[in-house]
Every structure is written in structure tokens, then in C-alpha cells.
Design a protein around this ligand. Sequence first.
Ligand SMILES: Nc1nc2c(ncn2[C@@H]2O[C@H](COP(=O)(O)OP(=O)(O)OP(=O)(O)O)[C@@H](O)[C@H]2O)c(=O)[nH]1
Ligand SMILES: [Mg+2]
Ligand SMILES: [Zn+2]
Length: 367
Amino acid sequence: MSTINEWGWTRAQHDALAGFAAQDSESTPTVPARVVGHTHHVYDLVCAPDARTMQGRVTGAFEYRATGPADYPTAGDWVLVEAETGRITACLPRHTAVSRHVAGEETLEQVILANVDVLFLVFALDGGRGFTIGLLERSVTAAWNSGARPVVVLNKADLADPARREQALVDVETHAPGVPVHLVSARDGTGVQQLLAEAQPDETVGMLGKSGVGKSALLNACARVREAAVHAAEGELRRGDSQGRHTTTDKRLYRLPGGPIIADVPGLRELQLWADDESLDATFPDIEALALECRFRDCGHNGEPGCRVAEALATGELPMDRYERYLDLQRELAFLARKRDIRAAQNEKLKWKQITEHQRAAKKQRR
Ligand SMILES: Nc1nc2c(ncn2[C@@H]2O[C@H](COP(=O)(O)OP(=O)(O)OP(=O)(O)O)[C@@H](O)[C@H]2O)c(=O)[nH]1
Ligand SMILES: [Mg+2]
Ligand SMILES: [Zn+2]
């Protein structure tokens, strides 16, 4: 018999639910369910206990409580659903969330995937412009911020000569220190077994990468290793620049027999960061370690005496271009944080305005 455990329902989730259900005042009986996909506001769910599938929508009360897009369920989420009606009453707390900005909206968070344990950062070694150090660092920062373990996947190894493969590995080891890296080919299956070993059987794997890097092909290759009947659509590449054509249009979770669960997602057009300072430090542990050795704890690395960062830059121990990209990302995150603060202040003001208006109206009525 199938059970919800095969979809990643673990002891930890069970305990989280127990704590959550105690606060939940809704009286209609609900079951936990995992969101395996959704088109706009219709959610594809796999429900406890027997992994029955159904479709659902959030209730009006859910919508009323939601403060932004990040509060709505997304692929990977655990929700509470009324088994009879498919009404989703709550989204359970996420243990990880891969986020970015809502397009064109700097201050709104959009959750791409929820509750993934491992995040494959997929790049293609097909000679296209998709594998850049900048994108590598951004992706790693997003991964650290999500709470999932990042794994760099250099796909299409079959298209790269040995020198190119070696250089790519060195680039990742230098610019994403401490992050596991795998050279694979979804086409001929090289390295796929080892890549799968990065995740435990009951874990969920997410993927992040541009269109055409081979995310769906990688999912299919993993399925072949597990002899699973999974066939995600793979797309053609544009001639000339090897870019994909956005073949995958919806996020979806696939369960491989013997695990893990893998989420295929549409290709990212750009990765608008949604992260904090700690995630940046995790991406640049080399710079973080140097900064700890500066004479002053609050050293701004701007000509202060005893600055270890300046020293490392002078000797070439820390390459200037890496430091500059670190400063760029830091500026970007500081800008985001400021905008978020302004928005929070505005919301606060609005709330007080509403309360005072309400009080005024109440006073008038009493008169
Ligand atoms: N030679 C070679 N081709 C590959 C490999 N992996 C994927 N491809 C091809 O690259 C093209 C794009 O692969 P997809 O899996 O559709 O890429 P995707 O990342 O899912 O793209 P989107 O769904 O658009 O985001 C397809 O024609 C694949 O067959 C590989 O390891 N080697
Ligand atoms: Mg795809
Ligand atoms: Zn310093």
C-alpha cells in the first residue's frame, strides 16, 4: 500500500503538525497533504494517510489571513486539507524555502519551492553563456538562504572536452568553497548514480537553473537509474546560443521508487536574490574568515590599520574580482533590506491609520 511517508512525511513533520494543530481553531477535520504541483490557484495534492491524489483550493479565511504571495502554498508545501471538499485551510510551517523577488517587485518574496532538503544548482557545460561565476555565487547564496544543502551539478559533461571539464571543477571549488560538485551527463548517465547519493531516500531534491541546462533531462536520467516510469518533457535548444525555450512551465514533484522525491521547475530567467547577510557569508567563507582576522571587529576594509582583507587583496591571496562580486551582492542585499524596512514601516503606518479611523467611527456612533 502507498503511504504519505513516500512523499517525505517524516517524524519531524508529524511533530510540527502536532504543535500547529493545537493552535488551529478550525473545527472541520483536515488531513495533511503535500502540494506536488499547482496551476495558479488549483493545487495538486497527495493526501495522508494513503497518498490519495486530489485537487484543492485555499479557503476564503486562508486568503483573508495571507499577507503576501509567500503565504500561499507552493510546490513542496505541506498543507491541511478537508478531505471531503479539497478546501485548504492552512499551510504548515516550512523547514526550508527557496525564494526570490516577485518579478518587478523588489519587496515581495516569492517562494519557488518549499521543504526541499537538497538543492541541485544545475549548469550546462555546452559552451553556452549559462555557466558564469556570478550566477554560481548568486545560486549558492540563494541555496544557503533557503536552508537546503546546495549541490552544484555541471551537466552535459559529454559535450565538454577534458580541459573544459577540469576548469569548470576548479572554478566551482574556488568560487563555491565547501559545496559538493558533480560532473554529470543526463544524456549518457555519467555521474547520475553518484549525484543521487547526495540525497537520503526520504528527502526532497529541488533544482535551480536556466532554461535548457537539462533539469528535466536530469530528472529523467535519475528515473532511469531507479527504473521509474517518469518522463518529463525535454526541450529543444535555440541554435546559436544554446539557450532553452522554457519547455517546463509548471513546478512538479516526482517520486522515484526507493527515493528521493525530485522537483522539476521552469528555468529561471534571472535570479533576483532574496537572502540575508548570513547567506552571503556562507557563500564567501574565505572572505568571512579573513574579516575575522582584521584588527578591528567592525573593520570596514577601507584602509583601516591591521586590515587582513586589504592585505589578502594586496598579496593576491584574495582575488580582486571575487571581492568585487562579494561587494556587489552585499550592496544588492543591503538595498533589498532597506526597501523591506520601508515597506514594513508603511504597513505599520497603514495599520495604525485603520485602527484610529475605526476608533473615530466608533466614537461618533456612541455620540
Ligand atoms: N548532450 C547532452 N544534452 C543534454 C544533456 N542534458 C540535457 N540535454 C539536452 O538539452 C536540452 C534541454 O534539456 P531540458 O531537460 O529540456 O532542459 P531544462 O533545464 O529542463 O529546460 P527548461 O524546462 O526550459 O527550464 C534537451 O534537448 C536535452 O536532451 C546532457 O547531459 N548532454
Ligand atoms: Mg525542463
Ligand atoms: Zn578589514
